[in-house]
Design a protein. Structure first.
Length: 375
């Protein structure tokens, strides 16, 4: 039984971590360790997602799963394209839930779920799972799965309540960690377009040299980069069938600090080519990155407009005229933006958005003018 004192200490520790400005992998590892003390587990997976689509963008394996990636692609196929399941992350978020225990949700019949019957039970032997989604008004920023074996007690309602209680701080830490994830190795531009074609049997049938380079950028120890490709492919098929609300897309930041965007779309075709899906990987355009940065800062729509104008070099009067508000209103927006972004001036704001997010591109053929043109 988790004591109130232990739960309070864990909440306090995670709250401090969420405000420490840690890079995403470090924040995930530290907060997962704090949770382990109050909600024990033998394995787990901590993921970030693109808030616009709720699709997996990065992952950190925990405990017994650390270093194991042989089932990652199968997991993505089930999670994003399998049978309807109220315990899938998108279903949990859509239902307005935060933490769900699989044993509790199925009345102990966990094998009713495709994920448990075809993957978790036979390949790993885990018999219960607790799932948590980390969301705010901008969307779902991440998820956590923690698992227990046959010798462990199932997750209790009290433990699920503890997991739900730390979700706001974990959401904040993921948002902050995405922006703090600066480069620790030089960025290597792709030698050409990154295109992958997946057939109806989920096999890679064609890929460009640039695709292999981009997949290498996405690779981290213990995780298969094809997980993201399979998630997109499954989402594209569901979208084509009218069962997915938007065309699948993932914005993710690589270990070398570059923002990438991955898209998938069904291809038209007959016979052997029916069911093919094309996936493209490219460096994110400025507006795509600015959008996720603004969401991470929890900016309002009007504040996002002001940031865009500041990045274009507009002064207060020009911003006021374009937004049809007074200069005083613009100053109020700027004050709020500075507070949320942790800066004190326009120069610092531009540095926070531009240099922190695009520094790995220094020396490439796209300078500041190229990046912000048309923003």
């Amino acid at each position: 039984m988790v004591t109130a004192l232990a739960a309070g200490r864990a909440r306090s520790d995670i709250d401090v971590l969420s405000r420490a400005g840690l890079p995403l992998p470090e924040f995930m590892a530290e907060s997962a360790s704090a949770l382990l003390a109050v909600v024990p587990y033998i394995a787990g997976c901590f993921s970030s997602t693109d808030p616009a689509t709720s699709m997996i963008a990065s992952t950190l394996k925990l405990g017994d799963l650390d270093g194991k990636n042989f089932a990652d692609v199968a997991w993505a196929r089930i999670e994003y394209g399998g049978q309807p399941d109220p315990t899938r992350y998108d279903a949990i978020a859509s239902a307005g839930q935060v933490a769900v225990g699989i044993h509790e949700a199925t009345d102990g019949q966990v094998e009713r779920l495709e994920r448990m019957a075809d993957l978790v039970l036979p390949r790993f032997g885990y018999v219960d799972e607790a799932r948590v989604v980390f969301a705010d008004r901008a969307g779902v920023w991440g998820s956590l799965s923690v698992l227990r074996g046959s010798d462990d007690a199932v997750f209790t309602a009290h433990e699920l309540a503890v997991l739900a209680s730390v979700a706001p701080a974990l959401t904040r830490g993921i948002r902050t960690g995405l922006l703090t994830q600066l480069a620790h190795r030089p960025a290597v531009p792709a030698s050409g377009p990154a295109v992958i074609i997946i057939d109806a049997s989920d096999r890679v049938v064609q890929s460009s040299p640039g695709a292999q380079e981009r997949l290498a950028q996405l690779a981290v120890p213990g995780a298969d980069p094809l997980t993201y490709i399979q998630a997109l492919v499954s989402g594209a098929r569901r979208f084509a069938a009218g069962d997915f609300p938007r065309m699948p897309r993932i914005r993710t930041r690589t270990a070398d600090g570059v923002w990438l965007v991955l898209h998938a779309a069904p291809l038209g075709g007959l016979g052997d080519r029916a069911g093919d899906v094309v996936v493209t990987i490219e460096e994110a355009r400025p507006q795509e990155v600015i959008d996720i940065v603004a969401a991470a800062f929890a900016l309002t729509l009007r504040e996002r407009e002001v940031v865009g104008a500041v990045l274009r070099g507009a002064d207060t009067k020009e911003i006021a005229a374009s937004m049809h508000v007074s200069p005083y209103t613009v100053q109020d927006h700027l004050k709020s933006i500075f507070e949320k972004a942790g800066v004190t001036s326009r120069r610092e704001l531009v540095a926070r958005v531009y240099f922190d997010q695009y520094l790995p591109r220094a020396g490439s053929d796209l300078g500041a003018d190229g990046w912000f043109a048309g923003v």
